[in-house]
Design a protein around this ligand. Structure first.
Ligand code: SF4
Length: 373
């Protein structure tokens, strides 16, 4: 069991809050696609012949790939890897790229799940974030995707916007509910160093973020999604029962995956590696038959920390057996560090695992850090 992630590092314009790796110049798109085709071949042994259960096109904006780009990539994947017939194949798409002809191309390629970067149904949020789409496109794209036969649809929504009210956040969620989608990913707006948003706030050109408001909107999100029958299966992810994102869930369960493209990460138990986050350097290295990655061998301590960090965010929590398998000293450390959170009922023992209480989910990163070695 394994997955492939492909990073497509191009965007039409830079969203003000974003610190992912992308370029707004599409000048290098063709050589980059050729480099991706070559890297797929160079890395063919990384997954040791494991069948591919999930393929994920992330970015950047993968919906900028042309029919020809996608056809070449899929031909190469199927030539070199064994893709299971029921594989989940996801493409991240922005609403302004979703048109009937493009949807047909994606269907023909075998893409069976779309992750749509809506972020908000309100014009003022979209303008504040500098998204390339408008509120009308945000709504229309869902119907277009459905008309084309896509049932596995998920959207992203951002809470904690300083330019909209809590009532407007509630409206975003109502719209989501009325769309009857199987899955939602929802993130707090954050200020990453060096982003345009960071600069605007520092210069007083944009309002600062209000953590308290974000926490209240997160709490509202959790309660509404629960009321509407969605499982809160990871801090930022909600699905109708069983409709989890298979690709991301596999990450959290330590399934090996191969990351292709600039800045893409790969993982095998005990090892992690990541490609250079620079399009020209990536292309040049691949053209010179070199894989431009840095590899890290994960120590036992790092494996423990990584396990706590990822699994604590999920509804499956940290399994006692998994921690014991790392060594009894790790479980002793976990028990000792977890004690105050167990007493405050932020951490709850559920069957054979420790999970976060709903109220503690907003504090997941801090609690995980306290449990680290
Ligand atoms: S479209 Fe996505 S990757 Fe591109 S700038 Fe916006 S948030 Fe970042």
């Amino acid at each position: 069991m394994a997955g492939i992630y492909l990073h497509i590092p191009f965007c039409k314009q830079a969203c003000h809050y974003c610190d992912f790796h992308f370029s707004t110049s599409l000048k290098l798109k063709d050589p980059l696609v050729q480099a991706i085709l070559k890297e797929l071949e160079m890395q063919v042994d990384y997954l040791e012949g494991a069948a591919i259960e999930t393929i994920y096109f992330g970015g950047g904006t993968p919906s900028l790939l042309s029919a020809n780009d996608l056809e070449q990539i899929f031909t190469q994947i199927h030539r070199l890897y064994t893709v299971k017939p029921d594989a989940e194949i996801t493409l991240e798409a922005n609403p302004d790229d979703i048109h009937a002809d493009q949807l047909q191309v994606w269907k023909t390629c075998g893409i069976n799940r779309l992750s749509i970067g809506i972020q908000s149904f309100h014009e003022k949020d979209l303008a504040f974030m500098n998204r390339a789409h408008n509120a009308k496109e945000a709504l229309a794209c869902i119907q277009l995707a459905r008309n084309a036969g896509f049932e596995l649809l998920t959207i992203d929504l951002i809470y904690g916007s300083p330019v909209s009210s809590q009532a407007e956040w509630a409206e975003n969620l109502e719209i989501f509910r009325n769309l009857e989608l199987p899955h939602l990913s929802s993130y707090a707006l954050t200020v990453e160093p060096g982003t345009a948003l960071d600069q605007f706030i520092k210069k007083g050109k944009a309002p600062a973020l209000d953590e308290e408001k974000a926490a209240q909107e997160f709490t509202y999100l959790i309660s509404k999604m629960q009321e509407w029958g969605y499982e809160h299966y990871e801090i930022s992810n909600f699905s109708l029962p069983g409709k989890y994102a298979r690709h991301n869930t596999a990450y959290w369960f330590g399934t090996p995956y191969l990351g292709i493209g600039p800045s893409a990460h790969s993982f095998r138990p005990g090892f992690r590696q990541w490609n250079v986050a620079n399009n020209p350097k990536y292309i040049k290295a691949i053209q010179a038959d070199t894989l431009p990655f840095i590899q890290e061998v994960l120590s036992k301590d790092e494996q423990y920390n990584e396990y706590i960090m990822t699994r604590l965010r999920t509804q499956w929590g940290c399994a006692i057996q998994d921690i014991q398998d790392l060594g009894t000293a790790y479980f002793s450390h976990f028990r000792q560090q977890a004690a105050p959170f167990i007493r405050s009922k932020q951490l709850i023992q559920h069957q054979d695992a420790f999970i976060l209480s709903p109220e503690a989910k907003f504090l997941a990163d801090g609690i995980a850090a306290a449990l680290f070695i």
